[in-house]
Design a protein around this ligand. Sequence first.
Ligand code: ADP
Ligand code: UDP
Length: 236
Amino acid sequence: MTKIVQIYEGKAKKVYTTENPELYIVDYKDDATAFNGEKKGTILGKGVINNRVTNHLMKLLEKNYIPTHFVEELSERETLVKKVTIIPIEVIVRNIAAGSLSKRLGIPEGTKLSKTILEYCYKDDALGDPIINNYHIDALGLATPEELAIIAKYSFEINELLQNYLKDLYIELIDFKLEFGKTTDGKVILADEISPDTCRFWDSTTGEKLDKDRFRRDLGGIEDAYKEILKRLLGE
Ligand code: ADP
Ligand code: UDP
């Protein structure tokens, strides 16, 4: 399968059509942005790591009956995926308080939440991805209540599967973002990526941050942190 036309260039990936109208190729870049594009930089080797980590985790989810867009890894940075219409909702799953939740609710970062929290944000860069609830989603027609119920069910299941898998690698899953899409036959499946760009991973023994917060907060050692995640997950 080869790239035909680039249909989209985002902050972290490019998306291409292929000979097959049902399939796209995503190409992961080293570009990094934070704070809705205000902070820009490059993380050398990030595209390769995010591609491989995402595919590794999507395969794990597929094995556990979560439908995903993953089809085949084509190269270090390129993956063949099922084409979907992205549902414009960013689903945030939180196990431990951090980032915007800590700021918004005054809960110190690192506080274990007594229950997993799901949040929805409206995927709209111009609006800064504002937080919304199920009533907004219904009123704005972003997803039907039935679709949202599936999204929530998958999100909790994905959280359980990833938490359990990562625990054995001494990685604590603090929070993460998911995107879902609809296939041409109307099925809701997991799309986009699951990587150190979109998850908070803390070393469970030292508490060291092994994710994009090192870039957001200028903590240094960003490339090494991403490499460490690749090493623990894929053994390389
Ligand atoms: P952003 O759009 O936030 O800058 P990226 O640089 O990661 O993000 O761009 C990738 C884009 O491709 C995102 O908008 C994402 O929603 C979209 N996408 C991810 N997977 C698929 C898919 N299987 N089919 C269609 N679009 C997808
Ligand atoms: N996240 C993401 N993309 C976004 C917003 C958040 O991947 O556009 C991820 C982020 O990496 C973290 C989780 O979602 O793992 C929760 O992020 P938060 O709301 O705390 O936002 P932040 O602190 O990044 O502004």
